[in-house]
Each structure stands twice: as C-alpha cells, then as structure tokens.
Ligand binder design. Structure first.
Ligand code: GLU
Length: 305
C-alpha cells in the first residue's frame, strides 16, 4: 500500500501546474501549491501515508460534514431538512441568487455555504458553545486533543467574507437562522478555520466507514441512519458542482474544501485524507482528485461497482 501511495503522489504531482491556490481568503493564498499528501486508514487501524501528509491545513468546507452530523444529532433529520434541502446543485458553493428568487425557499443542500450556515445555526448551544461542541466532537473522532481553529485564517475570512455575509442576511430574511448574522458567521468562519492534517481527516473517513464508530475506542457516536444520510449527502453534493462527474469517475463518498483537503470514506473499508492546495475550476484539489481517481481504480473502491 505504501508503495502504491508513493507512486500515486509522484504521478499526480504532474497535475499541480494546472491548478491554483485559493486566494479569495487572503491567508489561504500563502499555501504552497506544490504540496501533495495522502493518508489512508483501514478498518483494522493500519495507517499508510505518503507525501506532505502531516502538514496542518484549515479544513474549510470539510467542516460542513461535522456541522451536519451535530445538527442532525441535536434536532433530528426532519427539523434539519425543513430548513435545508438534500438536492445536489450545479451552482458554485458560494452562490446566493437562488435564495432570492420567490421559490428559493431554502438552500439546496448542507454542503454549499448557504446550507452550511443553516446547519451550523441548528447545532445546540449559544455562540462559542456550538464551536466548542464541534471541536470536542472532532477531538473524539480523531483521538487528537490538540485540534483547534487557526485564529489568523479565521480573521482573514471574517475580514473579507462579504459574500457569506450577503448569504447569511438572505437566510436571516427568510427566517432560516435565528442568531444575529455576525454571530452565526463568527462560528461558521471559525469552524472553517479548524486545522487538521491528512491523518486526522482519514480518521473522520474511517469513522464514517465504520458507521459512526470511533476506530480506537469503539465508541459509537452516530446512529446508522444519520451515518448513511451523511454518506449520501457527501456522495451527491460533497465535491461542489463536480459531484456528478466525481461519482462516475471516483465513486467514493467525499467532501472537499477550498484549502485543498479532501475527506473520503469507503464504507466498511477505508478512511482517506488528501491534501493538495492547488485547486481546479470547481474548488477541488486538482492532484488530490487525481490520487483518489487512481486509488479508486487500483483498489476497486467505487461504491457503485
Ligand atoms: N470558508 C470557506 C467559505 O465560506 C469555505 C468554502 C469551501 O471550502 O468550500 O468560502
């Protein structure tokens, strides 16, 4: 496995030159586009890594998966999906115009920014309590007590995140969030700024692959139904407006973030974390996608075969 990963990292480095690091959040622009790493954990706990796998990066949209878990645990599926849809969309992740058309009653799904701001708002607790619960949950899943958010990236996004501000005001106007706009955005920006490395991400992947059971402790944190809902939403909406093609070409439930991370979970088998900050036009790690596509072919990982 280690040799396979080394080979795939080397091969897919060739794609990096076709991608670009996100810089609409200024601090993300400091990432090194040449970085590429991967970590895989199987359900026996064996860990295989290659490339730049132990560098920390902010998880950005990968946090939307965790927010959805907590929102469903706290409020139940019915309540959550009253306020956010479960349909894939061909809109970019930060689109807002459908929120302002008469029949645009709720965000398409919890993996786009509008939907994620709603799910964050549905997590029990006031302000910082929501964030602390997110952090605690992630620490339990990964067994890594050092997980925290990066203050500088948070401030960088808070200063420049006016599109998310516009989205949140539309959500507020539609009665989909209860908190003050700035208060909920504060939590959303902080959750996007949580830092992890590929191994932490792979731990989330194997947690989902094992139906919500923590690999090291055996603790069951998600019921089976919630776990399959998360896996389904990742499959249909996790890779931005590329999710359909990704399902065809890779077929692994995944969620990516604009910092270049990808969380992937092969049910009953593997958790995978990938990092490569050079992005394609959809906002997915261009070489990370290459690695997952090759891995899926090599190890026959598509859930559709
Ligand atoms: N914090 C980012 C934003 O809201 C997350 C986007 C992403 O990773 O897709 O723009």
């Amino acid at each position: 496995m280690k040799e396979l990963l080394d080979g795939l990292v080397e091969k897919n480095k060739a794609l990096i030159k076709y991608g670009q690091v996100a810089n609409y959040i200024p601090l993300l622009g400091n990432a090194d586009p040449k970085d590429l790493g991967v970590c895989i954990i199987d359900n026996l706990g064996s860990i295989y890594s290659s490339g730049i796998y132990n560098k920390k990066f902010t998880i950005q949209s990968i946090s939307k998966v965790i927010a959805l878990m907590l929102a469903i645990m706290d409020k139940g599926e019915e309540e959550v999906f009253k306020k956010v849809g479960m349909e894939p969309t061909d809109e970019p992740f930060n689109s807002l115009y459908k929120l302002d058309i008469p029949y645009g009653d709720k965000p398409a799904n919890p993996m786009i920014n509008a939907g994620a701001i709603v799910t964050t708002s549905l997590i029990n607790g006031n302000g910082e309590e929501k964030l602390n619960r997110l952090l605690e949950f992630l620490r339990k899943i990964t067994g890594n007590d050092t997980i925290n958010y990066n203050e500088e990236v948070y401030l960088s996004e808070k200063t420049t995140g006016n599109k998310n501000r516009a989205i949140a005001y539309l959500l507020k106007n539609k009665g989909l969030i209860e908190e003050k706009v700035e208060d909920i955005l504060d939590i959303y920006f902080k959750q996007c700024s949580i830092e992890m490395d590929c191994q932490d991400i792979a731990k989330i992947g194997i947690f989902l692959a094992n139906k919500g059971r923590v690999l090291n402790t055996g603790e069951k944190l998600l019921d089976n139904k919630t776990n399959s809902t998360i896996i389904a939403i990742m499959t249909t909406s996790g890779m931005y407006d590329f999710s359909g093609e990704y399902a065809v070409r890779v077929g692994i439930p995944s969620k990516s973030g604009v910092s270049g991370g990808i969380l992937a979970s092969v049910p009953n088998r593997l958790g995978i974390g990938v990092y490569g900050p050079a992005l394609d036009q959809y906002g997915n790690s261009i070489a990370g996608y290459g690695i997952l596509k090759d891995l899926s072919e090599e190890l026959n990982l598509s859930i559709f075969t």
